[in-house]
Design a protein around this ligand. Structure first.
Ligand code: TXA
Ligand code: MG
Length: 331
C-alpha cells in the first residue's frame, strides 16, 4: 500500500479526514504518543488497525473525541464523577473506561461491554476528529510489541506501506501514553499509569482511587492485569535490557561495572540514566531513547530505575520494567 506522508497543513488534515471517513488508516500526533486512527464506529476499518499493527484482536482501542459532549455517543449515561474528571482533565492525557453503547462495535472494544474514551490535547488530533465527523479509534502507532512512537519518524519506521497516511507533526509533549482510569466499578481504578496521577484524580473526585494491583509487579498468576493490553509483551527494544535499582551512587557504579564487563566481551552497551527526580523529562525521553538504542544496534541496555514513590516515576517504571522483560538487579 502506498502511504501518503502529509505535513500538518489544514488541507492535508482535510485529506486525512476523508481517508478516515472512507474506512482508511491515518497515523496522527497527540500530546502523549502518535496514534493509528480509524473510524471507531466502522468494524472493518478498526479491523485494519489490528492488521497493520499485528495487534491481538482482544486488545481494545481507545476512542478519541474532539468535543467532551461527544462522549454521549459512546456511553449510555453520564455520572457526576465523569463530569468532574472531564471538566478538569480534558482535553488531556486521561482515558476513561465507561459502559459502551450498542453503536460502539465489539471489534473496537475487543469484545468488552465497556469503552475507553479520551479527548486528546493536540490541535492536529482535534482538527482531524472534528473534520472526520466520527470518533477515532487509535492505539499507539507502533508495530505491536515495539516502543510507542513519540516522533513522526518513529511512525514511518514501523508503518510505512501499512497505512494510508501519516500526519507528520512534531515531537509528542508527554512521551508516554495516557492514564487509563476504569470508572465501571465501585471504586475508580487506574489500569495504566500515566502523567495524570492518582493523587490529582483523587483531589478532583474527592475520594480514593485504586491502582490495579498487577501494575509494576513481576507478572504471575495471582495478579493478572485488568486492562487486556497490559498483559502483552510491550515496548521491547531489540537489545537485551537490564534495570538496575537501588541508591543512586550504587546504581551508577553498577552500571559502569557492567558496562566495562560487557564491552570487554565485545558487546555494544547503551545506558539509560535520567537525572534524579526528572520524572517528566524521563517520561518524555524514554521511548525515544529505546528507539535510538535499536538504531545504534546496541546489544545490551543498562537502565537506572526511577523512584516509583513518585507517581510519574511509577508510570515511567511501568514502561521500563516491561521493556526489560522484568529483568532487574538490585544493588
Ligand atoms: O495516550 C494514549 O492513550 C495513546 C494515544 C494514541 O491516545 N493511545 C494508546 O492506545 O496508548 P493503546 O491501544 O496503545 O492502549 C490502550 C490501553 C490498552 O492497555 C488497552 O487494553 C486499554 O487501554 N483499554 C482500552 N479499552 C479498554 C477497556 N474497555 N477496558 C479496559 N482497558 C481498556
Ligand atoms: Mg500501545
Amino acid at each position: 500500500m502506498e502511504t501518503k506522508i502529509l505535513d500538518t497543513t489544514k488541507q492535508n488534515i482535510e485529506k486525512a479526514a476523508i481517508i478516515i471517513r472512507q474506512g482508511g488508516l491515518v497515523a496522527f500526533p497527540t500530546e502523549t504518543v502518535y496514534g493509528l486512527g480509524a473510524d471507531a464506529l466502522n468494524p472493518e476499518a478498526v479491523g485494519r488497525i489490528y492488521e497493520a499493527k499485528g495487534r491481538p484482536s482482544d486488545n481494545p482501542m481507545i476512542v478519541h473525541i474532539a468535543r467532551a459532549s461527544d462522549i454521549g455517543q459512546l456511553t449510555p449515561f453520564i455520572t457526576q464523577d465523569m463530569i468532574a474528571l472531564i471538566d478538569h482533565f480534558w482535553p488531556g492525557p486521561l482515558t476513561l473506561v465507561v459502559k459502551k453503547k450498542a453503536a460502539v462495535p465489539l471489534r473496537t472494544t475487543g469484545g468488552l461491554e465497556t469503552v475507553a474514551v479520551r479527548m486528546p490535547d493536540h490541535p492536529v488530533a482535534l482538527e482531524l476528529i472534528r473534520i472526520a465527523g466520527v470518533p477515532i479509534a487509535a492505539p499507539s502507532a507502533n508495530l505491536s510489541g515495539k516502543p510507542s512512537p513519540t516522533q513522526a519518524e518513529h511512525v514511518k519506521e514501523d508503518l510505512m506501506g501499512k497505512v494510508d497516511a501519516i500526519l507528520m507533526g512534531g515531537d509528542c509533549r508527554v512521551g508516554i501514553e495516557s492514564t487509563v482510569l476504569d470508572l465501571t466499578g465501585e471504586t475508580p481504578m487506574i489500569l495504566r499509569p500515566g502523567i495524570v496521577t492518582p493523587e490529582s484524580i483523587e483531589a478532583v473526585l474527592n475520594k480514593p482511587v485504586k491502582l490495579d494491583p498487577s501494575l509494576n509487579a513481576v507478572p504471575n498468576q495471582d495478579v493478572a492485569p485488568k486492562a487486556p493490553g497490559m498483559k502483552y509483551k510491550h515496548y521491547a527494544p531489540k537489545a537485551q535490557m537490564l534495570v538496575v535499582e537501588g541508591r543512586r551512587e550504587k546504581v551508577k557504579e553498577e552500571i559502569e561495572r557492567l558496562r566495562g564487563l560487557n564491552e570487554n566481551l565485545g558487546n555494544k552497551v547503551g545506558v539509560i540514566l535520567f537525572e534524579e527526580k526528572a520524572f517528566v523529562e524521563a517520561a518524555h525521553d524514554f521511548f525515544a531513547q529505546l528507539r535510538e538504542m535499536d538504531k545504534d544496534d546496541v546489544d545490551l541496555i543498562l537502565a537506572g530505575a526511577l523512584s516509583d514513590t513518585d507517581s510519574v516515576g511509577f508510570a515511567v517504571m511501568n514502561r521500563m520494567l516491561k521493556s526489560a522483560g522484568y529483568n532487574i538487579v538490585r544493588v
